[in-house]
Design a protein around this ligand. Structure first.
Ligand code: FES
Length: 291
């Protein structure tokens, strides 16, 4: 049996890429007009404070609530006593689904290519599911429970298809996966560079044992962190650098070079950090920092 490739199928839908570009342009404008408050809100929605994206955490709520309400409706039929419980579950699913949509939009805004196309289809399916469940809830609360049922069933099917594409985004395309998750620095000291090449006003890239590392000097001390942006793999040596902070050239994440900490997203995991020593021969050596 051949495995479906959603991206190949979606690439044939001509309007997806132009629509994605138009939405990203509009969101970029809203973020620019919103200034620091909008940037802080996006940072929060990206999940930097959690150490991983907020979106998958929030998506569990509508999926669980809508599954439980669908089961309750199927099992209890017209038994009136449990209908308020099912209404409350649909309401919880709609409220948390709206929050999940916002967090997803914040993540998707920085995507491109296949990720952007599949992400948009994922969002369209889930937004349609949210609209159908919201409509079903309105009908139920106004006493029209019979016509509400097909809306909820259709919403549940769309949400399931959306969840499939969500899995495809993460597990096949690697969206929002820490790009340094499998990076292991040398366990023992390795030669990296000549000490006088490491200057406060520049970033020096080296690769002891094939591991990409950035070196710079902050307050006279040599600092070493990973050179690959954990968000989507941006080359930090090509980013802008000032006052001990490097800004990723791809989506603008900022990192403290002395600690590797993320100062602003969309990245959510710190850079790998390395211990450094300068030998009597004037060579910089480094090894993986111990936790
Ligand atoms: S690759 Fe996206 S912020 Fe660096």
């Amino acid at each position: 049996m051949s495995v479906p490739d959603p991206d190949r199928m979606l690439a044939r839908i001509g309007f997806l890429d132009p629509l994605a570009g138009a939405i990203q342009k509009r969101v970029r404008r809203v973020l620019a007009e919103g200034g620091p408050a909008a940037a802080a809100a996006k940072d929060l929605l990206n999940g930097r404070q959690l150490g991983h994206p907020l979106h998958p955490l929030l998506t569990d709520l509508p999926i669980g609530a809508w599954t439980a309400s669908t089961l309750l409706d199927l099992v209890t039929g017209r038994e009136r006593g449990l209908e308020p419980a099912s209404d409350a579950l649909i309401g919880l699913g709609c409220a948390s689904g709206a929050m999940a949509a916002l967090a997803g939009l914040a993540d998707w805004q920085d995507s491109y290519g296949s990720e952007r196309r599949v992400g948009l289809a994922h969002a369209l399916l889930n937004s349609s599911a949210l609209a159908l469940f919201t409509g079903a809830l309105g009908l139920r609360l106004s006493g029209r429970r019979r016509p509400a049922r097909p809306l909820a069933v259709a919403g549940y099917l769309l949400a399931t298809a959306g969840a499939y594409l969500g899995g495809d985004l993460v597990f096949r395309l690697g969206t929002q996966v820490n790009r340094n998750a499998w990076t292991e620095g040398p366990g023992d000291w390795r030669d990296a560079a000549a000490a006088d090449e490491v200057q406060p006003d520049r970033l020096l890239k080296c690769a002891p044992d094939g591991v990409p590392v950035l070196l710079t000097r902050i307050g006279g001390r040599v600092c070493a962190v990973g050179s690959v942006c954990p968000h989507a793999g941006g080359p930090l040596e090509e980013g802008t650098f000032a006052a001990g902070v490097v800004t990723c050239p791809w989506h603008g994440s900022r990192f403290d070079l002395s600690t590797g900490a993320v100062l602003t997203g969309p990245a959510f995991t710190p850079l790998p950090r390395y211990q450094v020593r300068v030998t009597d021969q004037g060579r910089v050596e480094l090894r993986q920092a111990r936790p």
